[in-house]
Design a protein around this ligand. Structure first.
Ligand code: NAD
Length: 369
């Protein structure tokens, strides 16, 4: 019987699907991640598949422990910066992730973060709850900033960036796009056509626009900056995203601008951001991801002085029922993870990992001619 170890629960429907498939599934009950020593021990015991979360560091030590038995690492997340790709390739173990199924949910959450931040919904609710709402007034005790008609910079126009663009265009926003590696000109042209149609038919009052620009123009021209890049270190690329938002890039932004990050925590230099918020270099920030998760108690982002302009969430952008738990591989991260394991263990697609849709490191299995 094929054996699977999961470092976290992935929900009843997907777990049952694996068990019904005839696999022996052992699940670390958490809710925290298991220590690496336990992962190594399980892998050494000869499991066929390992289900991981982005909290687990998967590297040569793990692959060495699974030599001859470990056939797949299936990660329930999009993004795989915790998995050492070179090591996976060296040991010829395919690893998978759950791209696409969380695209809309993550973009939607990013858009709501932007709204909560700009319209000061947290401060408003606090007033009501704490009985500090004196009376209705035209502008006291504070006002928020509109989203409609403003300009947003989308940093990274991959799956989630494009979904965010779609949502922002529905709010009559102008859109500046920046991506050094991938331009989806067709998508951008279609959004412009929709914008023009909405304007021509009177659905929106002002004409809006979308275009690709360089990073300086994106950061300096935007009222909102939303980050949708993978975490890339300088060993990975000549355009790393580690600390992409830093003291220097924050200074390029308008003092009235807001930052939204749903990508990965280390893309933002948190110390520099907290200082920028304190010094009012920018107007506010909403973060779903952090350099260290959970956010440590001594984080400068928790400074009460910047609480009114800093919204913080618990890596929750993809955290919606269907997106996380559906057993349907076209809808749920759990379903996609289970399917990825089945694809490899059952040798679907002729047993060729390069043809399996959720395998990331296809290059390790490409036949050299
Ligand atoms: P994707 O690979 O489809 O898109 C990423 C885009 O970023 C690509 O187009 C790439 O060319 C671009 N890019 C790379 N380097 C860049 C740079 N230096 N500057 C600007 N753009 C750059 O990935 P995706 O599915 O859109 O996801 C994006 C990231 O969002 C993931 O890598 C993951 O880290 C994060 N994510 C977070 C959550 C969450 O719950 N908060 C959920 C899903 C994904």
């Amino acid at each position: 019987m094929k054996r699977i170890f999961a470092t976290s629960r992935i929900g009843d429907p997907a777990e049952n699907r694996l068990r019904e498939h005839g696999y022996e599934l052992e699940v670390f009950q958490g809710p925290e991640a298991p220590p690496k020593t336990l992962i190594i021990e399980k892998v050494k015991s000869g499991i066929d598949a390992l289900i991981t979360t982005l909290r687990d560091r998967i590297d040569a030590e793990v692959f060495e422990a699974g030599k001859g038995s470990l056939k797949v690492v299936a990660q329930i997340a999009v993004g795989f910066d915790n998995i050492n790709r070179a090591d996976a390739n060296k040991y010829k173990v395919p690893f998978t992730h759950t791209a696409d199924v969380l695209t809309e949910a993550t973009a939607e959450f990013g858009f709501f973060m932007l709204g909560v931040l700009a319209r000061k919904m947290y401060s408003s609710e606090r007033l009501v709850r704490e009985q500090k709402w004196p009376s209705w007034h035209p502008f006291l005790p504070f006002l928020g900033d509109e989203v409609t008609g403003k300009t947003i910079a989308i940093i990274g126009t991959g799956r989630i960036g494009l979904a965010m663009i779609k949502k922002c265009s529905g709010f009559d926003m102008n859109i500046l796009c920046y991506d050094p590696a991938y331009h989806n000109d067709k998508y951008i042209a279609s959004i412009q056509e929709l914008m023009d149609l909405r304007y021509a038919t009177g659905i929106q009052k002002e004409r809006t626009w979308i275009k690709y620009v360089e990073i300086e123009e994106a950061l300096s021209g935007a009222d909102y900056v939303s980050i949708h890049v993978p975490l890339l270190l300088d060993i990975d690329t000549d355009k790393p995203t580690y600390h992409f938002i830093n003291e220097k890039t924050l200074k390029l932004m308008k003092p009235t601008a807001y930052l939204v990050n749903t990508s990965r925590g280390p893309v933002v230099d948190e110390k520099a951001l907290a200082k920028a918020l304190k010094d009012k270099v920018i107007a506010g920030a909403a973060l779903d991801v952090f350099e260290k998760e959970p956010l440590p108690a001594d984080s400068p982002l928790l400074d009460p002085e910047i609480a009114d302009r800093t919204r913080l969430f618990h890596h929750f952008a993809s955290g919606a029922q269907i997106t996380r738990l559906s057993v349907d591989p076209d809808k749920g991260m759990a379903g996609r993870t289970a399917q990825a394991v089945i694809d490899v263990l059952e040798g679907s697609y002729g047993g060729d990992p390069t043809k399996m849709p959720y395998v990331v490191n296809k290059e390790a299995f490409e036949k050299k001619s």
